[in-house]
Design a protein around this ligand. Structure first.
Ligand SMILES: *Cc1c(COP(=O)(O)O)cnc(C)c1O
Length: 434
């Protein structure tokens, strides 16, 4: 059975696909003071102009600059595998395929947008980028990309992940970034949070507030977000554009597409190019998988809310658990965000995508089965997608139907071995009902 469906280097996408062109009206971000739609001048202090234009663009295709393509070519196209060994272990008639974004040198899909964002900052004269990171994948990816383009990089890393994943910090240091556990004493907002609770585990919302404060209080500094926003999902469309060609080589079209969701970017990256077909009438299910400890899509409210805890960001129309929500310190740190990308929220609201919340114990069980059959050690975040794919494969078995399942393996878990230790030593807790 053929396992690998590879593309040539010259089959890499040269344009990003923008779902906003096919989704109809996308609710705009609102200014926190006036409650009016944000204009470019509202965002100019924090983002380069090219990124602001992409954020509001409704052009279906946007050219990928050659310099960005050259850096993406360090690791793209990424592989698409058929999970033959997992299928055998499950004894399922389903055909399971996965796109492997862990093949990037940063270990996840995040480098796809980090490269693009660092490039636009470079050509517009930015000296340093400030950002937040949860589990550390975004911080590592942005550190690497800033280094490629000669920019400084400051990373506010959610404290519980900083403590759980010290090697992520080491990796960021190799690429020349400075890293602070958040809440930190570096910013006024961080100092305030530490005063309230010296043991605060942190959250992405807090870390975003710190990175934004750093940005607006220094010159030559811009801010960068690794997920949630429209331009990030645009940059991640390379995943789905490649996967579409690769599935064609495999001679199949997916019945079900699955991705884990933190802010929504790896799911959006894989799903959006297929979603264009669904909007045009094709039969296709999309499933966004979140942890039951941070059930944004399944239990959150669809409304305008802030992206950060200090309430400095524009208001985004999204599913949210509330900007003050601090999720428990689960091991899939990259999925601990109170909100969800407005584009993904809209898909779910319109019924174009389903959402599912999973307990971390079932997720780790799936991750270990995947590692033992397919060989790759998945990131705990990605394991949510694996777990949902296994559930769907088991349903296909009960129904005796041959279904084609495609999921995004958004990253590898080599820097998450502490979490695997905890699971194997039975120290991980069920997150159901949290
Ligand atoms: C950051 C991350 C996620 C979650 O972020 P999204 O924007 O929802 O993709 C998932 N998987 C991995 C490996 C990550 O690094």
């Amino acid at each position: 059975m053929q396992r690998q469906f590879n593309l040539e280097q010259n089959e890499m996408p040269q344009e990003w696909y923008n779902i906003a062109a096919d989704l109809g009206e996308v609710p705009p971000p609102l200014h926190p003071g006036t409650q009016q739609p944000c204009g470019p001048e509202d965002l100019a202090p924090i983002f380069p102009m090219a990124i602001i234009e992409q954020e509001v663009s409704t052009d279906r295709w946007i050219k990928i600059p050659q310099e960005v393509q050259d850096k993406l070519a360090l690791y793209r196209p990424t592989p698409l595998y058929r999970a033959t060994e997992l299928e055998k272990a499950l004894k399922t008639p389903a055909k399971i395929y996965y796109k492997y974004e862990g093949a990037s040198p940063a270990g996840s899909h995040k480098l796809n947008t980090a490269i693009a964002q660092a490039y636009y900052n470079k050509i517009e004269g930015t000296k340093r980028i400030a950002t937040e990171t949860g589990a550390g994948q975004w911080g590592s990816a942005l550190s690497m990309a800033c280094n490629f383009f000669g920019l400084g990089c400051t990373v506010y890393m959610v404290r519980c992940s900083y403590d759980q994943k010290p090697y992520r910090k080491s990796l960021m240091h190799v690429y020349g970034a400075e890293v602070f556990p958040s809440p930190s004493a570096q910013t006024q907002f961080g100092q305030k949070m530490l005063l309230e609770d010296p043991n605060c585990p942190g959250s992405l919302g807090i870390a975003i507030s710190e990175a934004l404060e750093d940005t607006v209080t220094h010159t030559g500094v811009k801010y960068s977000l690794g997920s949630v926003l429209n331009h990030v999902i645009l940059h991640q469309s390379v995943i789905g554009l490649e996967a579409k060609k690769q599935m064609k080589k495999a001679g199949v079209y997916p019945d079900i597409i699955i991705g884990c969701v933190g802010g929504g970017s790896n799911f959006g990256g894989l799903v959006m190019p297929f979603m264009a077909d669904k909007i045009a009438g094709k039969n296709l299910r999309a499933i966004a998988v979140e942890p039951s400890a941070c059930p944004t899509l399944t239990e959150g409210e669809y409304k305008y809310d802030f992206g950060d805890t200090a309430q400095m960001t524009p208001l985004l129309k999204m599913y949210t658990l509330g900007a003050n929500f601090i999720p428990p310190s689960i091991h899939a740190g990259g999925l601990r965000y109170h909100g969800m990308a407005p584009l993904i929220s809209l898909l779910v609201k319109k019924g174009l995508s389903e959402a599912m919340a999973l307990d971390q114990l079932e997720v780790f069980e799936s991750a270990v089965l995947f590692a033992q059959t397919e060989g790759i050690l998945p990131a705990p975040e990605s394991a949510h997608a694996i777990c949902a794919a296994i559930r769907e494969a088991n349903i296909a078995k009960e129904e005796g139907r041959e279904k084609v399942i495609l999921f995004n393996l958004s990253g590898h878990g080599f820097l998450d071995l502490g979490a695997y230790d905890s699971y194997l030593e039975e120290k991980l807790m069920s997150t159901a009902g949290k």
